[in-house]
Design a protein. Sequence first.
Length: 303
Amino acid sequence: MTIRFVTDSTSDLSWDYAKKNKVEIVSLYIMIHGESHLEDENFDKESYYKLFEEEHAFLHIPQLKLYSFVPQTSQPNPGDFIEAYQKQVDDGATEIIVVNVTEGLSGTINSSSLAAKQFLRNNQEVKIHIVDAKSASYPEVFLIRMGLNLVKKGYEAEKIAEVLREQALKIKTIILLPTLRYLWKGGRLRIYKYALGSLLRKKPIVTMNSEGYVETAGSATTVEEGLNESLRLNTENFAKNPRSFTIVYGSRKDYAERMAEIILERYPKMEIEIAQSGGSVLSHLGPESIGVIGDYTDDEYWK
């Protein structure tokens, strides 16, 4: 039995890590000025994030500053996943574990599931196990890393998938949104709420619930306050200690670095990883968003 992994580009899994560990990454599509671009290893994240700030628009509310660039993303089609499955089978895979962005954020997992059904019709000797990460970005990375470790420990694929689904619920994601404008631009916030929130200088803090959907966790009036509150929320008022933290940022590395300082002030020996997100994850939340992800998964699966 040879077990291989497939994931999607919302995972922010390093392309070098993926190649080293024979993980196939299926790219989402990002629309830029009507043209479709693959979020692959050649995708220029820095140039993409600049588009958010460079293209100005105007609204007849003097206190608001808006931008005309509207980000759009599209899930992979089933054929993209079938191609990834075929590559793994050609490389000797007899079982494939697919770790996908939560169904609550994207239809990607529907594409991977449909692809699996189609692929298995002609490859009945292969087994494919689909895992909903109940989040996006580094929670998917944590699960891939854990899965690879469990393969080394001799776990069977079905058991690995079962463990990953269980452990996905033990990863805590808190996201600070320094601005509301991208929620409004993406159609997720009405203009009057955007105007009111902006005038009150509200910066929402959101989380992923157990069903994999975004829900409000709190708010702040400044970025500094929001970063501190994000840590408090992630640790349930500092009552819980994760195995590690990963800070995910888009265009504001300075926010990520400050977040790391805040964590180390309270947890001096904490393992912290800072990673830049691709594009699909922060397209609708905004490139200035900062995600604080606590890994509360069970130690037994890492030893």
